[in-house]
Design a protein around this ligand. Structure first.
Ligand SMILES: *Cc1c(COP(=O)(O)O)cnc(C)c1O
Length: 446
């Protein structure tokens, strides 16, 4: 805990802190950002990402077999990248700002199997664990056709092992659905923010859901405690897992091909801006990490957080990472963006991002609903509130002194007309229609 004197000292050093405490929208430019190329960070390199990509390829025949919705892509879990010109016009109107460059949406909201960005990291980690177990037992070799994993023999094998995770909802969905499909006994510890339909969906698939009255950190702590008591249980550690992180980091390899297909250049004269909703940090951190390794100084990654759960900006700005929580500075961590309702950021991700992340901005909950309704009206794409957090990025960059300062500091002004902006939509396709309708109505009203 921090005394009020310590908080005051922090605020003197970091003037943005007072606005953060008042839950005002802020834009933080990372003073430690290095506009250069990167080989890696915290022992992770491109070789680790390609290793993850190859593992996903090994599993593709299995996934295509057990999840028919991935048959079209031959078992590769990927989402479309779509240009959203109507949304761009609507955003320009509603923000009274000219948005230079092209605007695209990365539709992880529509990833198969679990309908959110967690279908990258979460599923990858379960597959990796399943592979490790089966190879160690001598049941599987890396050159096998992994569709054999769908057989009763493997289901029986996995049923002797347990998996546990703490989640605000979507991680639980991805871990729960994947683990249950393979045959594992799976325990999902859900924080109070987790939506009822997510818990019901998991229970319908045979997942054990344990509910908590408190927030995400508590759900993780309890989940870890129970799992640690059991030698046959594997705990998915959202805050520190490198395997989860690498699952997310594969996305940019695929994105690069999608950009090429759309003939969109990313180079010294064609900067790419990417806006990523951030909870604990693994999802956006993994994606940003892969992007920086691929595109170096030509990509500019920003995280988006709710004004009531700005854990990553708090951790990175103060350099205290996971040693400070939003509750420590009097913020309630109550937000409609359930996927982002995290009070303490991952220290591991904060470290990796230290020189790679351009900045972080915060978004008011009501804005999320507005974007959600606009996107539905303009592009007929439906996403959940958390997933809409990236949309104010273009306004920050193009229409505010803070954004202009960033652009000016890197001499990007002349290049903005040739820039590309990707809003990473992180979830939504599994939201039940009547709940989606209520989200939409809330945003359309305002
Ligand atoms: C989990 C999640 C995020 C952020 O991922 P973290 O790894 O928690 O930072 C963003 N959007 C949605 C919809 C999510 O479920």
């Amino acid at each position: 805990m921090f005394s009020s004197k310590e908080i005051k000292q922090l605020a003197t050093k970091h003037p943005l802190l007072d606005k953060l405490i008042d839950t005002k929208e802020v834009f933080w430019q990372n003073p430690l950002y290095k506009n250069e190329s990167f080989e890696g960070a915290e022992d992770l390199t491109m070789a680790d990402i390609t290793d993850a990509e190859n593992r996903l390829k090994r599993f593709a025949p299995y996934l295509a077999k057990v999840f028919p919705e991935t048959a079209d892509t031959k078992g590769i879990i990927e989402s479309p990248l779509r240009e959203i010109p109507n949304m761009k016009v609507a955003l320009e109107k509603s923000s009274d700002t000219v948005l230079e460059g092209r605007l695209l949406l990365k539709c992880d909201s529509h990833l198969p199997i679990s309908g959110s960005i967690k279908a990258r990291g979460g599923i990858y980690e379960i597959l990796k664990h399943a592979e490790d177990l089966a190879v160690k037992e001598g049941l599987l070799s890396y050159t096998d056709d992994y569709s054999i994993l769908a057989s009763e023999k493997f289901k029986e094998f996995y049923s002797r092992h347990r998996i546990a995770v703490g989640s605000t909802g979507n991680l639980g969905l991805s871990i729960g659905i994947m683990s249950a499909k393979m045959g594992f006994k799976v325990y999902v510890h859900m924080s109070a923010d987790a939506r009822k339909w997510k818990k019901e969906l998991l229970r319908s698939k045979g997942v054990n859901v344990i509910e908590y009255e408190s927030d995400y950190s508590k759900a993780v702590e309890e989940g870890r405690k129970q799992s640690d008591k059991d030698p046959d249980s594997y705990f998915v550690d959202d805050e520190n897992s490198k395997s989860l992180f690498l699952g997310y980091a594969v996305a940019p390899l695929r994105l690069q091909k999608q950009l090429d297909d759309l003939r969109i250049k990313v180079d010294e004269n064609h900067p790419l801006f990417v806006y990523l909703p951030c909870g604990v940090g693994g999802g956006p951190g993994g994606v940003a990490f892969g992007l920086k390794l691929l595109y170096g100084a030509n990509v500019h990654c920003f995280f988006a957080e709710p004004t009531h759960a700005p854990c990553m900006v708090l951790g990175m700005m103060t350099g205290l990472h996971n040693r400070i929580s939003v509750q420590d500075i009097g913020i309630d961590n109550l937000t409609e963006a359930d996927g982002l309702a995290v009070g303490t950021a991952s220290g591991f991700v904060g470290k990796v991002m230290e020189n790679m992340l351009s900045g972080i901005f915060t978004v008011d909950d009501e804005e999320l609903y507005k974007y959600l309704a606009q996107l539905a009206d303009e592009e007929n794409i439906f996403i959940e509130p958390s997933a809409a957090a990236g949309f104010s990025g273009t306004r920050w960059l193009n229409g505010t002194p803070e954004g202009k300062n960033y652009i000016g500091s890197l001499n990007l002004r002349e290049k903005m007309k040739d820039s590309t902006h990707i809003v990473w939509a992180t979830g939504g396709s599994m939201v039940p229609p009547e709940i989606m309708k209520s989200y939409y109505e809330r945003g359309a009203k305002s």
